[in-house]
Design a protein around this ligand. Structure first.
Ligand code: ZN
Length: 66
């Protein structure tokens, strides 16, 4: 999981997809999370007026079901 509050790049540890994390603010407190588009792994979770959004830069390989 991306453990900094600032914007930056994130690479999914499961499928190696690359994301750019954008940070924004909303007037109301918000609680939500972002999951990887490819494998569904948790990218970021928050609870507050700071919100995040992940832009997919490079899609990784979807892990095979075992
Ligand atoms: Zn992933």
């Amino acid at each position: 999981m991306y453990d900094s509050d600032s914007s930056g790049n994130y690479t999914c540890p499961k499928c190696k997809s690359e994301y750019r994390i954008h940070q924004g603010h909303v007037p109301m407190r918000d609680k939500d999370q972002i999951n990887c588009d490819i494998c569904g792994d948790l990218i970021k979770r928050w609870n507050g007026s700071r919100v995040f959004n992940a832009e997919l830069l490079k899609a990784g390989e979807k892990p095979k079901q075992e």
